[in-house]
Design a protein around this ligand. Structure first.
Ligand code: URP
Ligand code: ZN
Ligand code: ZN
Length: 484
């Protein structure tokens, strides 16, 4: 038998739902063996004594180098995002291809592939649909799907991205036809708009009023509605960035009825609070994202939903806006009203350290749950589990050597992103990635990038088991066109 090209020796390997001291042998960029005392002749040996060996993180919700409707583009490129992802132990990204109302998706998809090919990290895309015209859904979407896109993203809020219920139904039906997963941003657009106008009219314009404009009830209502419409057409969905337990309850009810509904949350809903948006000066703008961070008292409820499995994925929702600069949070001035501040915060590199520290180190979740939430489940829901998300023979050798005892205070420099701040500045974490291996090559060691530009690979995805409908329609009636 041929030897291994790389052997990661003597670490505590998280595999098969457990953790045991053993070696990982790599051949041809894939995991060839997980076992004790693997032969090392001719192999590069990486000593992992005292370290955890984890599957590389899979982040299925990050906004990288995304063109915006105002003609600008996110500051974070696929190259800088690769640095940041590897620095935080993530080896796979699923990002977004935009659609602008009145525009198509095919050219956007091709351009996105070109941009992503310059980076060092393996990647796939969700296709955003903001305007489900027949030309887009019947002509362009099949071509994008044929190129390996297996998921759609729908926004139920934001000007100018949001869909009406009729448009959302079109997206769900198209997804069902092609076997795609649908990911949804759930907030009630009209309710938010009404509250925004009322707050602004009352002179309540500071960053903290972002949270007042979109309290949990608008997220809960839209989550209920999205799930109900998905049930109507028998289409699996994942609810993105669930901010608190009262919203997750909607998902729990759907799951209890046997529906294929999954929930994702993000570190910002586990450690940031609405009070952060009330920091002095314009500092609160650094924490503006949607849904808004909630009260500190909500965090434990969200952890409980992660333990129960109601929420099965923790993503970053990384969003490339700096604080300063002409594309940053303060682009409209340091006295801009909350509705004129770009939504979204950076968190690519912070995702795994925060979840490990707040979760595993503090005893809220065990290591197996950490691995499931950050790698195995996101890979499974994305239809990538044949390559990513676990340590098992045949899968890509994406590995993170993790020092569970290392104590680090988060700083912006450690994030290695293109953004000029981190909302987690000063947060103390216990547990840190010391080496990231991507497809059998050491991509980052002690924070130093070793992977060359252009080494990231496109991950074509097929229709997956997770996206397959249940075969359960009201009255058994398969609604055919005309679409609403
Ligand atoms: O505020 C956020 N989350 N911005 C990113 C876009 C989105 O809603 O996912
Ligand atoms: Zn969103
Ligand atoms: Zn997002």
């Amino acid at each position: 038998m041929a030897g291994y090209e790389l052997v990661v020796r003597g670490g505590m390997v998280a595999a098969g739902g457990g953790v045991r001291r053993c070696d990982v042998g790599v051949r041809g960029g894939r995991i060839a063996a997980v076992g004790e005392e693997l032969p090392v002749e001719g192999a590069r040996i990486v000593e992992a004594d005292g370290l955890l060996v984890l599957p590389g993180g899979v982040d299925t919700h990050c906004h990288i180098e995304e063109p915006q409707s105002d003609g600008s583009i996110h500051e974070e490129s696929f190259t800088t995002a690769s640095h940041s992802a590897f620095a935080g132990g993530t080896t796979t990204l699923v990002c977004f291809t935009p659609q602008f109302k009145g525009g198509g998706i095919l050219e956007q998809h091709r351009a996105n592939r070109e941009r992503a090919a310059r980076g060092m990290i393996d990647h796939s895309f969700h296709q955003v649909i903001t305007d489900p015209t027949p030309a887009v859904m019947d002509t362009e979407l099949p071509q994008v799907v044929a190129d390996g896109v297996a998921s759609l993203k729908a926004f139920l809020t934001y000007d100018p991205l949001h869909l009406t219920d009729a448009e959302f139904l079109r997206v769900l039906l198209a997804a069902r036809r092609h076997g795609l997963m649908v990911h949804v941003h759930c907030e009630n657009h009209d309710a938010i708009h009404w509250r925004q106008q009322a707050l602004l009219a009352a002179g309540m314009t500071a960053p903290k009023y972002h949270a007042w404009a979109r309290p949990p009830v608008v997220e809960r209502e839209a989550t209920h509605r999205a799930i109900a419409l998905a049930e109507l057409v028998d289409q699996p969905v994942q609810v993105f960035h669930v901010s608190c337990a009262e919203v997750a309850e909607e998902i729990a009810h759907a799951q209890a009825r046997g529906l294929k509904v999954w929930g994702e949350t993000c570190p910002q809903y586990l450690v940031l609070t609405a009070e952060d948006m009330d920091r002095p000066g314009f500092e609160g703008a650094k924490f503006i994202c949607s849904p808004a961070p909630r009260q500190a008292g909500e965090h434990e409820g969200t952890w409980e939903m992660l333990r129960r499995g109601t929420l099965s994925v923790v993503s970053s929702d990384h969003c490339g806006f700096s604080f300063g600069g002409d594309r940053g949070k303060a682009r409209n001035g340091r006295d801009a009203s909350f509705d004129a501040i770009p939504n979204g915060i950076p968190g690519l590199a912070a995702r795994l350290p925060i979840l490990f520290s707040e979760g595993v180190s503090k005893g809220r979740i065990d290591l197996a749950r950490f691995v499931a939430l950050t790698a195995t489940e996101p890979a499974r829901i994305a239809g990538l589990s044949h390559r990513k998300g676990a340590i098992a023979p045949g899968l890509d050798a994406d590995l993170v050597l993790w020092d569970p005892a290392k104590e680090v205070t988060l700083t912006n420099a450690l994030m290695q992103h293109a953004i000029d701040y981190t909302p987690y500045e000063g947060l103390a974490v216990k547990g840190w990635p010391v080496m990231t291996i991507a497809r059998g090559e050491v991509a980052m060691e002690q924070g130093r990038m070793l992977a060359p530009p252009g080494s990231g690979r496109w991950l074509p995805r097929d229709a997956s088991e997770t996206a397959r409908p249940l075969g359960r329609l009201p009255d058994g009636f398969e609604a055919a066109p005309p679409l609403p």
